[in-house]
Design a protein. Structure first.
Length: 281
DNA sequence: ATCCGGACCTGGTCGC
DNA sequence: TGCGACCAGGTCCGGA
């Protein structure tokens, strides 16, 4: 489900409940999600203190005061639930069925953190110190960091005949984008999603670079608003879904003033793409 | 090397 | 109300 902004929102929601806290109890309810969880997961986590919660791409990393870091990925349907009330008194969201609660952490301050993932495309793993973890080692630059530059994007696009949409979904090119924010960034940059990446001019790549940063930053801000309102800490889309300009808006008018186009949906390598055929070229 | 389609899962929605 | 078809925010893998 979650792309970079949703994962960042989950991280921010989780941080006050985890950072500095000892994990007092761990309940692992199945051996695997997409892959097997480490056999020593419960042993490593129980009694450990979380020092820092970080995010890399769509992964949340909890550094521990002992040994490895905990790695979480929410896949398509992963959610995190935070409960501070004792069991039994908590009136939880009925849309999150306890049926798919796979991992539960309790902290010394009494928070209970539950990973729920119906489709089980998510992942839980440990990253040993100094290890080049296979899920992390191939990742491209963090889009909101200084590592992500127009030049680097241009270099990744050079000579490539694949549609620009496919390359933006490739986590080796830039990390953290998914279907939604790729559609939204291409719309903002006025670039047609089927255009061969290698045939986009430098100025338009620079515009795309800016659009990627803008849309992610705005979505994170909106996620933060959701957090302050206690609307969502779980990985669901926050307020920003009301700001989508093309995603999911087939048949609606293009929001660009004066454009007059109609948002279209096509399918590219099995996934829906929404765009405006008039102002995206 | 690059590109694409299929695979992994469950649940929600829509049309009949 | 029931049932099948189709769709979904990710990403790894294998074959062309």
């Amino acid at each position: 489900m979650p792309e970079l902004p949703e994962v960042e929102t989950v991280r921010r929601g989780l941080a006050p409940h985890l950072e500095g806290q000892h994990i007092t109890r761990v309940d692992q309810r199945r051996p695997d999600l997409r892959w097997p969880m480490p056999t020593d997961l419960v042993q490593i986590l129980t009694g450990a203190r979380v020092t820092t919660l970080r995010r890399r791409s769509k992964y949340i990393l909890a550094d521990l005061d002992r040994g490895p870091s905990l790695l979480l990925h929410l896949g398509m349907s992963g959610r995190v639930r935070i409960e501070s009330e004792p069991l039994g008194q908590f009136h939880h969201d009925p849309s999150i069925l306890p049926r798919h609660d796979h991992l539960v952490l309790e902290t010394e301050s009494g928070s209970r953190i539950t990973l729920n993932d119906a489709r089980r495309f998510g992942a839980v793993d440990l990253v040993r110190e100094g290890e080049a973890h296979p899920l992390l080692s191939g990742l491209g630059p963090e889009p909101l960091s200084d590592d992500f530059t127009p030049g680097r994007l241009a270099a990744a696009f050079a000579g490539r005949r694949a549609p620009v949409k496919a390359l933006l979904l490739d986590q080796r090119v830039v990390a953290g984008l998914g279907n939604i924010y790729v559609c939204e960034a291409l719309f903002r940059a006025g670039i047609h999603p089927t255009r061969a990446a290698g045939r986009i001019g430098r100025d338009r790549i620079a515009a795309l670079h800016g659009a990627i940063r803008d849309v992610l930053a705005e979505a994170i801000t909106a996620g933060g608003s959701s957090l302050r309102d206690h609307r969502q800490t779980s990985g669901e889309l926050g307020y920003f879904q009301h700001s989508f300009r093309v995603y999911g808006r087939e048949g609606l008018p293009c929001p660009r003033p004066g454009c007059g186009g109609t948002v279209r949906r096509i399918v590219q390598s099995g996934r829906s793409t929404w765009y405006c055929p008039v102002c995206q070229r």
